[in-house]
Design a protein around this ligand. Structure first.
Ligand code: HEM
Length: 317
């Protein structure tokens, strides 16, 4: 049906393949479908907060909240039976500093997902893996799509943590949302605009000559698009450096645009909203125990990770 293995395809063939991939995945992530998951997500959020509160009154909310919660949600969606094992596999396959380890771990991840597909064919469930098996014959294609969705999902815990840091680092804004939960939706959009969590310069090649102000980008030129920097364009955003939970309109490009628009955006929004709603209610005085600028980040010293940036988020409540 489509060849996920083609990596050096001509632009037209690559676009066609990309369209095929989106055609299969997009219907599983519609806003309406993800809204139906909202109650399940809210229950998982509450359970994870119970765990953190029981161990409190201080915690590393990235590793003790954002990561485990996001992976439970991912595993629930995909139909993975053992979140801990899958998390370990995905994280080692996503290590960007250890080429050899990552190649071996990638093979292991694909083997795991092929085996998952094989099992879903004999015992289907109400999950993404089973639904993909209904429309795709080849287990390798199913595992490729599941790996794409899972890797893409990896940015969610970092975004979630970035929002926690931003809300805790701006107590006035945090208290605005707490006092008026109707601001949750705009607060999530502002977190997505401001919360730079990883390098996001994705390469694109211009399909035709394009004029931007007084610069002409020629057809075939390589363009590096940085989604986050464009969220600070003062021609579009008033006072862009200011973190404003009520900002409206907020046409940030955190989920990219057009044919690259993030397929999981509705799910990410549901998760972030549920997490901030519950945390602000159950830990109203959530605050950082280190200065905002000293939050430990991933990088050369701590090793790097696809989609990741925050290493630890020390907080108290
Ligand atoms: C806050 C969390 C997230 C952010 C900020 C984010 C951001 C992005 C961005 C910027 C892209 C486009 C990359 C490019 O231009 O090539 C993208 C693509 C994608 N995202 Fe997300 N994402 C998030 C969460 C998720 C989740 C939860 C899923 C669900 C599985 C997901 C699935 C995908 C997929 C499958 C693509 C590839 C789309 C394509 O190539 O057509 N993302 N995401």
């Amino acid at each position: 049906m489509f060849d996920l293995a083609v990596s050096d395809a001509e632009p037209a063939a690559a676009r066609e393949r990309h369209g095929d991939i989106r055609g299969v995945l997009v219907p599983h992530f519609t806003g309406r479908k993800m809204q139906r998951l909202a109650d399940r997500v809210a229950a998982m959020v509450d359970e994870q907060i119970d765990v953190v509160l029981a161990a409190g009154p201080q915690a590393d909310l990235h590793n003790d909240f954002s990561l485990p919660l996001s992976f439970r949600i991912l595993c629930d969606l995909v139909g993975v039976p053992d979140p801990d094992g899958f998390l370990a596999l995905l994280l080692s396959a996503g290590e960007v500093d250890a080429e050899h380890t990552a190649a071996a771990a990638l093979d292991e991840l694909y083997a795991y997902l092929r085996e998952l597909a094989r099992r879903k064919r004999s015992t289907p469930g109400d999950d993404l893996a089973s639904t993909l098996c209904e429309v795709i014959r080849d287990d390798a294609d199913v595992s490729g799509l599941l790996a794409l969705a899972s890797f893409s999902f990896l940015v969610t815990p970092s975004n979630l943590s970035a929002g926690l840091a931003l809300l805790a680092g701006h107590p006035g804004q945090r208290d605005r949302v707490r006092a008026d939960p109707r601001l949750l939706d705009t607060a999530v959009e502002e977190v997505l605009r401001v919360g730079r969590v990883a390098e996001t310069c994705v390469p694109r090649y211009a399909a035709e000559d394009i004029a931007v102000a007084d610069v002409v980008i020629r057809a075939g030129d390589l363009v590096l698009c940085d989604h986050y920097s464009t969220g600070f364009d003062d021609l579009v955003f008033t006072d862009p450096e200011c973190f404003d939970v009520g900002r409206r309109p907020n046409p940030h490009p955190a989920f990219s645009y057009g044919m690259s628009h993030c397929i999981g955006a509705p799910l990410a929004r549901v998760e972030l909203r549920a997490a901030y709603a519950a945390l602000l209610k159950r830990m109203p005085d959530l605050r950082l125990t280190v200065p905002f600028t000293e939050i430990p980040m991933l990088g050369t010293e701590l090793g790097d990770q696809v989609g990741g940036s925050i290493a630890r988020l020390p907080m108290t409540w």
